[in-house]
Design a protein. Structure first.
Length: 331
């Protein structure tokens, strides 16, 4: 999957430089966190200095991948010296400046050598060294191929990080991105001493009470439109506060309405503040929804994408529901 030229370029960059930054998108998911941990540990194997700097915290369920707190939240005042002295940055699981926030602004205008490893479809170039493969199940799959190509030692920590990345981005080996290669890689990782039952437990059977309370109120908001083909759920600031939950507890909640019979598209609207609404778009595979997400400056995969819109929750919902009508008319 990964072209030899990309592997060679990355190898050369790692050999040439000493100090690295690894980063990913806001609200990182299992693929983002797993890919970062695996890649950062590989850089450490190569005796490099590396910091993982993110814009927002990882969901608690991925804590097991980072027992030593190697993932840090970027803070310009605290990290300025490290990032100014760094040579190169690896941007994983994202190829969109908007979702890199303040660190993205810094990177964009910086001297750093920039490498992107991602599986989100992208039309225009992002940085000078793009390794973007939309056919890959996950960034974790790409990191596996890269590490394999570079003769890395697949330690247990690296293996469980990559397994987590692939597990979460394939919806536990259920989505259409679950290829034979995905299972081959999983088999390889299972041979490295990882415990798949424990990993599944840590991620999916360890939900906080706050998250379950939030899920209950989100489900209570479920509504159907366009002859039940479109399902919507909302999460308001009030719902978050009442559940004692935060944004990182919302990861994965958008998947549920898609599993209801007859539903083609599920939309989850999250009120970020009085003026911004984050939408998760999910499709059952018959209707492509990333075009709609892109029309709001968002993006993602054909059947799972997202965007953040300006406006009130009611205003944004009304607009998006109106726009979504076209998807059903064109069938
Ligand atoms: P989620 O709804 O889980 O946040 O995101 C689903 C997919 O859409 C992920 O692949 C994610 O990277 C992508 N995505 C979510 N929000 C945005 C956004 O604001 N911009 C872009 N370009 N992609 C997004
Ligand atoms: Mn991913």
């Amino acid at each position: 999957m990964l072209k030899k030229a990309d592997i060679d370029t990355i190898d050369e960059i790692i050999r040439t430089y000493q100090q690295f930054i690894v980063t990913t998108h806001v609200n990182p998911d299992g693929d983002a966190i797993g890919s970062e941990i695996a890649f950062a540990h590989f850089l450490k194997q190569r005796k490099k200095s590396v910091k993982i700097l993110n814009s927002s915290p990882a969901p608690d369920v991925f804590q097991f991948l980072d027992p030593n707190g190697e993932i840090e939240i970027y803070d310009a005042s605290r990290h300025i010296e490290y990032v100014s002295n760094a040579d190169a940055v690896f941007i994983l699981d994202i190829s969109d400046w908007g979702r890199l926030r303040e660190l993205g602004e810094f990177i964009r205008g910086s001297h750093l050598t920039k490498v992107c490893i991602d599986h989100h479809p992208k039309n225009e170039p992002f940085v000078e060294h793009d390794a973007i493969y939309p056919k890959a199940s996950s960034t974790g799959e790409l990191i596996f191929e890269l590490l394999h190509g570079l003769d890395a030692k697949l330690t247990t920590r690296i293996s469980e990080a990559l397994y987590t990345a692939i597990l979460t981005d394939t919806g536990v080996f259920r989505y259409s991105n679950t290829t034979p290669r995905v299972h081959q890689i999983a088999a390889e990782l299972l041979g490295r001493g990882i415990n798949p039952q424990q990993i599944h437990k840590d991620i999916y059977e360890n939900q906080s009470h706050a998250r379950v309370k939030l899920m209950a109120s989100a489900l209570a908001s479920l509504k159907f439109h366009y002859e039940n083909q479109l399902a919507t759920m909302i999460i308001t600031q009030k719902m978050l506060a009442e559940a004692g939950a935060s944004l990182k507890d919302t990861d994965g909640l958008s998947d549920f309405p898609r599993t209801i019979e007859g539903v083609e598209i599920a939309l989850l609207f999250i009120e970020l503040d009085n003026d911004r609404v984050k939408i998760s778009f999910r499709s059952n595979g018959n209707l492509v929804i990333n075009k709609l997400a892109q029309s709001y400056n968002g993006g993602g995969h054909a059947f799972a994408s997202g965007a953040t819109l300006t406006g009130t929750l009611d205003g944004v919902m009304q607009k998006v529901l109106t726009d979504a009508a076209a998807l059903f008319r064109s069938r």
